[in-house]
Each structure stands twice: as C-alpha cells, then as structure tokens.
Design a protein around this ligand. Structure first.
Ligand SMILES: [Zn+2]
Ligand SMILES: [Zn+2]
Length: 254
C-alpha cells in the first residue's frame, strides 16, 4: 500500500495544504486543500473517499473535487463517513446553499456522489485493503482509521485529543506498524489545545505511554507558524520514539 501525503498542515499558506492522504491512487482519506494539486485524471481515478470528521480543513476539497468530476466520471464517487459526519455534510455543505447536492446530480438514479455510513469499530473492505474506523475525541464527532493492507497495519488518528478510547482500540490490535497522529499546537498553547481538542507535544508524549505497540510515528496537522516550536518540543517529549514530521508529498509504504 502506498500512501501519498497531499496535505498535512493544520492550515494554509505557501507550500502548505490541509489534510489529505491518497492511498494507492484510488482511495482518498480526508479531502483537504491538497486535493487541489491533483490533475483531473488523478481525481478521476479516485473511487472512494473516507472522511474523519466534518471540519472544513478535512472536507473542503470534496466540494471542488465533486464539481470537477461532474461529467468526467461514469461511475459514482463513494464517500464513507460516520452518520454524524454525513449528516453534517448534507445539512451544511451539499445543501444547495453552500454547494450543490451532488447526490442528486445529474439525477437521483445516477448520482455523482453516494454517501455510505460507517460504524465505529466495524471493518469495511475497500478493494484489497481493510479499513476500520475508530472513535476519537474532538470538538465534533470524529474517527480515525486503521488500515490493514495485508502487509502492514497503519493507523491515522485524524484530529484528536487525549482519550483512553483511542489507546484501548489500538492496544486491541494484534499489530500496529505505523501511526499517523496529530499535534496541532506547541506546549505553550496547551489550553487552546484542550478547548479545541488537539494534541500538544508534551501531552502526546504522556499519552503514548498508554500504547503497548511501538509504531513508527508520523506527526501531522501542525498549525502554520508553529512548526519549529513543535519540532523542538518533540525532541524531548517524544524521546525514544521513531518519528518524523510529515511533509506534503511524503510517501508512506505500509
Ligand atoms: Zn477538526
Ligand atoms: Zn483539522
């Protein structure tokens, strides 16, 4: 399985894109602004989109991608998310006010986009990979995804905060080779992290003591301007862990 990082920033700026992971050119996990760097042909190859939660930095690319794909693809684009996230998108984004409802276009029998509801902790097969959503703590209902390619097990936390459910789920897995997890703020913004439900380096370092696996860590979602501070703080907070700060364009093999 080949995971290409289309975006991994907590915001936008020169060279920065928000969250999007392209798996084997066909599955998109979160649809942040990195989607805008894909060609029409690359967008047309995507069959399934998995969303962690409804926040704009994770879904805005879906709106523009659907628009681009209109008239371009023969089969529908399958969008998978929890019931709460699907409802939020239908009510607040694809509602004919912010954007057209592409589940009704060009007509209800042949829609461009189809929503599928995922249940936390229930695996779903997408081609040859197995995907299991797991609940995480954020300001809106949110999940991460465990992805088993048959050769390796990769987990992506999505946006999350300290929560024993996360570690309990991961500890139940027989193996965990790679974990992509967020750190949005430096330690001095711990209170902001608590309110907005995002990790800081020290808090993640403490929470990782609850994990029985020893995966390679990929750190993501640093807010623009905080990258250097977070990198400095991780040197001590994550001492002993094998980790890297994700960059747009990185490839993860799993
Ligand atoms: Zn969020
Ligand atoms: Zn986010």
């Amino acid at each position: 399985m080949r995971i290409k990082v289309l975006g991994c920033s907590g915001g936008v700026g020169p060279g920065l894109r928000t969250t999007g992971l392209l798996v084997d050119d066909e599955i998109l996990i979160d649809a942040g602004t990195g989607v805008g760097d894909l060609s029409l042909a690359q967008m047309g190859r995507i069959s399934d989109v998995l969303l962690t939660h409804s926040h704009l930095d994770h879904v805005c690319g879906l709106a523009f991608m659907a628009d681009n794909l209109f008239g371009l693809i023969e089969r529908p684009l399958h969008v998978h998310a929890t019931r709460e996230t699907v409802s939020a998108l239908q009510e607040h984004l694809f509602n004919w006010k912010l954007w057209p409802d592409f589940t009704m276009l060009p007509d209800a029998e042949h829609p461009l986009m189809i929503f599928h509801t995922l249940q936390p902790a229930v695996p779903a097969a997408l081609g040859r990979i197995k995907v299991t959503p797991f609940e995480v703590l954020h300001t809106v209902p949110a999940v991460g995804y465990l992805i088993d390619s048959g050769e390796g097990v990769f987990a992506f936390s999505g946006d999350t905060y300290a929560d024993d459910r996360l570690w309990h789920f991961l500890n139940q897995q027989p193996r965990l080779d790679r974990l992509m997890i967020e750190i949005a703020f430096p330690d001095e913004d711990a209170e902001l992290g608590r309110i907005s439900k995002h990790f800081t380096p020290s808090l993640l370092g403490q929470e990782l003591n609850k994990l029985r696996h020893r995966p390679k860590l990929f750190l993501t979602h640093h807010k623009p301007g905080t990258e250097r501070a977070i990198e400095q703080q991780c040197l001590s907070a994550l001492a002993g862990w094998d980790y890297s700060h994700l960059k747009r364009g990185d490839i993860i093999l799993s």
